[in-house]
Design a protein around this ligand. Structure first.
Ligand SMILES: *Cc1c(COP(=O)(O)O)cnc(C)c1O
Length: 482
């Protein structure tokens, strides 16, 4: 039985000691991370230790801290390591721990009301607006990631084009069903958004791409005109700035022209690629992004804010508010006091209670500045270019896709194997690299072939890490074909 009548520490001095220990554990882990395997499977006994009955009684803090230090920290996904190249993960920063401590101490709820945390989020949204040269009047939210950001953006688009009446009636009774357009390289979160919004996945017309994995503009135009003559209502066009397979950037300026011509809402999924805006040398590739009606991107990928944090920007903030605002009596704002501070963030998205994600974003941008963050993005792209060039001259390696951003798709091909055997070989090679803790690329399909996919959204990766990867692909490749 504890002496306390509430959930605060019995003894604040003891708590302070425990908290300092936690911080030391965290720093030790982060400082030595590159000496550990990139990834290691969760051992059976650790998995077993996480299948217990619901605790009816509390456990001492030092026991829990030992458990977290010994059995959680080593078995992470691996994205904090210099040789993590899988999917698209940000690498995070040790500095990111600091704002999390303050945010946790404040335990703020950013749904609304009048307190400083909301001002921090407004600042982060305004910085994002400035980054992408969106106009005054832009609204936005700091959200969990690009999936949520795209959902919020496309709900705003649905109501803008289908009418606010949809909020009451749903989409069932449409005379002219709403349809949208995107390329076959678009992230799966867009089709899921169409599903969630009740439009259905089939209402998302999937347009093929050109040889560089960018949306085919002629096919797009043909699809739009056909839908119009068939009695559909085209309402949105989704472009990608940095596709998840190859890093391709759709021709954004041309998409903006087509959106204007057909009166479509242009939404850009810029989950990681939009951050290229922070590099003077690379940002011309995003020309046209400033004309979008909405933009979704992640702070947790190429800006290395610790998970999770993304952002939605909506050019005409009123469109976003109109799609979500719902203020019952108990949430009415007052002209002064704690219930002031209009408008409230809960009017701009589906969530009422919202944590203080904005603080770690504010801290990251303030601490490093956009120039330094942008320089790491440029470094990743420069390394990718060298990596691609190395692959091209290596006899047993084949470059399947490399579009000059940060993603390389390759395969080991010693000759004499059919396509099915090559697929198996490269799948197994990727798994071996992961199991041995050497590096963690992922796999994808490029033109029907299984590729080892190397994505660099990692400020810790150096050329030497990519050399190790190449060397090990060749070594393990030989081993697996012997
Ligand atoms: C990661 C990613 C998403 C999804 O973003 P989350 O932050 O994981 O929700 C969408 N599109 C692209 C291009 C991505 O890379």
């Amino acid at each position: 039985m504890t002496s306390n009548s509430n959930l605060d520490p019995d003894n604040w001095d003891d708590f302070r000691t425990q908290a300092h220990q936690a911080l030391d554990d965290a720093i030790n882990h982060m400082q030595n991370r590159n000496n550990d395997p990139v990834w290691q499977p969760v051992p059976d006994d650790v998995r077993a230790s996480l299948k217990s009955n619901l605790p009816l009684k509390g456990t001492p803090d030092d026991v829990l801290q030992d458990q977290m230090r010994e059995t959680f920290l080593p078995y992470n996904v691996g994205n904090t390591h210099a040789r993590f190249f899988g999917w698209v993960h940000g690498a995070g920063t040790p500095e990111g721990v600091i704002p999390e401590i303050y945010a946790s101490a404040m335990n703020a709820n950013l749904g609304g009301r009048d307190h400083v945390a909301n001002e921090v989020e407004k600042q982060v949204i305004d910085w994002s607006r400035q980054m992408f040269s969106f106009p005054q009047g832009t609204a936005g939210l700091v959200v969990s990631g690009t999936s949520m950001a795209s959902l919020i953006a496309l709900k705003s688009a649905r109501e803008k084009h289908g009418g606010l009446g949809l909020r009451a009636t749903g989409v069932g009774g449409q005379k002219k069903p709403l349809v949208g357009y995107t390329s076959s390289e678009t992230h799966s979160c867009i089709a899921r958004t169409f599903d969630i919004l009740g439009l259905g996945r089939d209402a998302l017309r999937v347009i093929p791409t050109d040889a560089d994995f960018r949306i085919d503009l002629d096919a797009l135009r043909t699809a739009i005109t056909r839908d119009i003559s068939d009695g559909y209502q085209p309402f949105c066009l989704i472009g990608t700035a940095g596709s998840v397979n190859t890093g391709a950037i759709d021709p954004l300026e041309k998409l903006a022209d087509i959106a204007q011509e057909f009166d479509l809402w242009l939404h850009i999924d810029g989950a990681f690629g939009a951050l290229v805006i922070l590099s003077d040398e690379l940002k011309p590739r995003l020309k046209g992004i400033e004309r979008a009606q909405s933009l979704a991107f992640d702070f947790h990928k190429w800006m290395h804010v610790n998970y999770d944090a993304g952002c939605v920007l909506v050019r005409d903030g009123e469109d976003q508010r109109a799609a979500f605002s719902e203020r019952p009596d108990y949430l009415q704002a007052a002209h002064a006091g704690l219930a002031a501070g209009n408008p409230w963030f809960c009017e701009y998205g589906p969530e009422l209670s919202r944590g203080f994600r904005a603080l770690k974003v504010w801290y990251q941008i303030s601490r490093f500045g956009t120039e330094r963050l942008g320089a790491h993005i440029a470094k990743n792209c420069a390394h990718t270019a060298v990596f691609c060039a190395r692959i091209k001259v290596m006899p047993d390696l084949e470059l399947l896709a490399g579009t000059g951003l940060n993603i390389t798709c390759l395969r080991y091909n010693p000759g004499g194997l059919d396509e099915a055997a090559l697929d198996d070989l490269n799948e197994n090679l990727t798994i071996e690299l992961q199991l041995r803790g050497i590096a963690a690329p992922s796999t994808t399909q490029v033109g029907g072939r299984l590729a080892i996919r190397v994505n660099i959204t990692n400020h810790r990766t150096e050329m030497a890490d990519l050399e190790i990867l190449l060397e090990q692909i060749l070594l393990i490749g030989v081993e697996l074909t012997d």
